[in-house]
Design a protein around this ligand. Structure first.
Ligand SMILES: *[C@@H]1O[C@H](CO)[C@@H](O)[C@H](O)[C@H]1NC(C)=O
Ligand SMILES: *[C@@H]1O[C@H](CO)[C@@H](O)[C@H](O)[C@H]1NC(C)=O
Length: 206
């Protein structure tokens, strides 16, 4: 009887917290949207451009900037990143020749500084994590052990986006309509192989 009662309490709490986070995700005060565009397949995974858009009209992400983290669902590794870095490499002791940038199952990423050499930048990277309203912040990531087709690839989950003195709540990773890219001469449209969106909303000041 007592255990039935505590189960009910737990269910109640779970449904309450689901309610608050899904309500919060419909905030009309804007959001941070993180978009993963898979650009190409590699022998053991893919290359993706990851872009965080600040769709909040008032709120800026100040220095020392944003951090982003997620969980891989299998044995994915990050071979390399252009325009950002993980804060820890994690345990890459299984590798000896080519060393991944990160072997952590829950990598945490930060932006690079504006002083980063130009040949190690991509468009919209390297602002020291500062993200003003209406602007975007991007990096490019090469993921290994990741499946190599739309059928076998796995989306990262449990996104967290944090900023100095600001707490955000992120929703689930969603497989959305692939982004269309228009070439510089505007005469050709290409498509991402897959696109995943994650929406995060401001929860509270910390
Ligand atoms: C995030 O904000 C943008 C811009 O205001 C809006 O178009 C989009 O629908 C929002 N996303 C969600 C999931 O609320
Ligand atoms: C995914 O995010 C991008 C960038 O904010 C947006 O343009 C696109 O409409 C979003 N897709 C969906 C289905 O929300």
């Amino acid at each position: 009887m007592e255990s039935l009662f505590s189960t009910m309490i737990v269910l109640l709490l779970v449904s309450l917290s689901c309610f608050t986070s899904s309500e919060a995700l419909k905030s009309n005060k804007g959001n941070i949207t993180i978009k993963w565009d898979l650009i190409s397949w590699t022998p053991d995974g893919y290359v993706a451009t990851v872009t965080a858009y600040n769709y909040q009209k008032q709120r800026s992400i100040p220095s020392p900037g944003w951090t982003m983290s997620w969980s891989w669902t299998s044995k994915e590794v990050i071979w390399s990143i252009v325009g950002a870095q993980t804060t820890e490499q994690g345990d890459c002791s299984m590798y000896n020749e080519n060393m991944p940038h990160s072997c952590s199952s829950k990598p945490t990423l930060v932006d690079l500084l504006p002083s980063t050499p130009f040949n190690q930048q991509i468009a919209n990277c390297c602002k020291g994590g500062v993200l003003k309203p209406g602007l975007e912040s991007a990096f490019q990531i090469a993921v290994g052990n990741a499946g190599d087709s739309v059928k076998t690839v796995r989306m990262p989950v449990n996104f967290m986006f944090t900023a100095p003195k600001q707490q955000y709540v992120c929703g689930p990773t969603k497989n959305v309509r692939p982004t269309r890219f228009i070439t510089a001469d505007k005469r050709r449209v290409t498509r991402a192989l897959m696109t995943w969106n994650i929406t995060c909303v401001f929860h509270k000041a910390t």
